[in-house]
Write a protein that binds this ligand. Structure first.
Ligand SMILES: Cc1cc2nc3c(=O)[nH]c(=O)nc-3n(C[C@H](O)[C@H](O)[C@H](O)COP(=O)(O)OP(=O)(O)OC[C@H]3O[C@@H](n4cnc5c(N)ncnc54)[C@H](O)[C@@H]3O)c2cc1C
Length: 317
């Protein structure tokens, strides 16, 4: 059985979990195994109406701390008699996947972006060497924990769902700590789930110049990001830092403004579907990775871009 762990936020199943379900469906098609869902929060199943899912095992945990969640998922995996666990490689997935694999003595494949048939075997594709190559893995044993790179699997709908809910009652010893309150940033989509990202670097010269970046992001419904030096010197918060030592993202559109495109930066963003670069230096390395580029002074280009988007929006509203 393929067990897909799903998460909800504000009562809604997260997009990253819908991606994990779609990945599970592809794995089901290739293996012929059954597919079931697992949740540690109450799940609004309405959104699953056309996701062709039949069973959901659920238990409301007192705490969503990674130690407790890992304990729960490993125990549920055994109780459901599963062979494959699929979960999103988001921050929770990264924290728990290795722990669960160790508990289950299962293979761990993290940051997977595709499942495929290769030389007659079910295999899994991952980006390696900072996105410079793809590697294809197979699993020799019978058990696997697979975390999915966010934004890498298309959500596929189709097939009516009649979900049978099963309430689990797994006794847990409790984690090493308990989250007493969670102060969620409202409004913006988390970087790993964002469809559009507007990112800026040292070319901005000063943190006080970020207004135009935030304005562009607001106009496009995008999330903001930055290069590492900008976060290191405190111009932007560390959670915005993307790259090899920051967050790896895969949005549909990545707009890089005043960022040179160093290899360590590209490592976290070069899987983006479309890259747009604005830089005054035509020799900036980022242009080699760009789908579209503007050679120009960002202090001239970005305000004009914002004005053009506003004009277009007002004409079309
Ligand atoms: C081990 C290691 C790990 C690292 N990890 C990361 C990482 O995860 N993420 C990361 O980002 N970096 C990382 N780095 C740093 C990386 O090597 C680069 O130094 C960094 O990405 C450069 O940031 P930047 O492009 O913002 O700044 P710069 O390299 O200073 O580039 C600024 C760019 O802005 C352009 N510019 C300047 N003024 C304007 C203007 N008015 N209009 C338009 N364009 C303008 C310039 O032409 C230039 O291309 C790492 C480095 C090491 C050694």
């Amino acid at each position: 059985m393929i067990l897909v762990y799903i998460e909800s936020q504000n009562g809604k199943i997260k997009k990253s979990s819908l991606e994990a379900i779609s990945f599970g469906q592809q794995l089901k098609t290739l293996t012929g195994l059954e597919l079931g869902l697992l949740a540690s929060q109450t799940t609004d199943t309405a959104v699953l109406a056309d996701m062709n899912v039949r069973s959901l095992a659920e238990q409301q945990l007192d705490s969503q701390d990674p130690v407790t969640v890992a304990q729960f998922i490993a125990a549920a995996f055994n109780e459901c008699g599963a062979s494959h666990l699929v979960l999103s490689g988001n921050s929770l997935g990264k924290a728990v996947a290795g722990v669960i694999a160790a508990k289950l003595k299962a293979a761990l494949l993290s940051g997977v972006k595709e499942v495929l048939q290769h030389n007659g075997k079910i295999c899994f594709k991952k980006s390696v060497f900072s996105g410079k190559a793809n590697a294809i893995y197979s699993i020799p044993g019978s058990k696997a924990v697979i975390s999915i790179m966010p934004n890498s699997v298309a959500i596929v709908r189709g097939g009516a769902t009649q979900i049978e809910k099963k309430n689990l009652n797994i006794a847990l010893t409790g984690g090493k700590y308990k989250i007493n309150s969670l102060d969620l940033q409202s409004g913006k989509t988390p970087l790993t789930e964002a469809e559009v990202v507007v990112s800026a670097g040292r070319g901005m010269k000063d943190p006080s110049n970020w207004g135009m970046i935030e304005e562009l992001a607001d106009l496009l419904g995008a999330t903001t990001a930055c290069s590492r030096p900008v976060a290191d010197i405190g111009w932007r918060p560390h959670h915005e830092h993307v790259g090899q030592t920051g967050i790896a993202i895969r949005p549909n559109v990545y707009i890089a403004i005043g960022i040179s495109g160093a290899i360590q930066h590209l490592a976290g963003v070069n899987s983006s579907r479309k890259i747009i670069v604005i830089n005054k230096d035509p020799e900036a390395p980022f242009f080699k990775a760009a789908d579209y580029g503007v050679v120009g002074d960002l202090f001239d280009v970005v305000p004009k871009l914002n004005a053009a988007i506003k004009k277009s929006k007002s004409e079309n509203s």
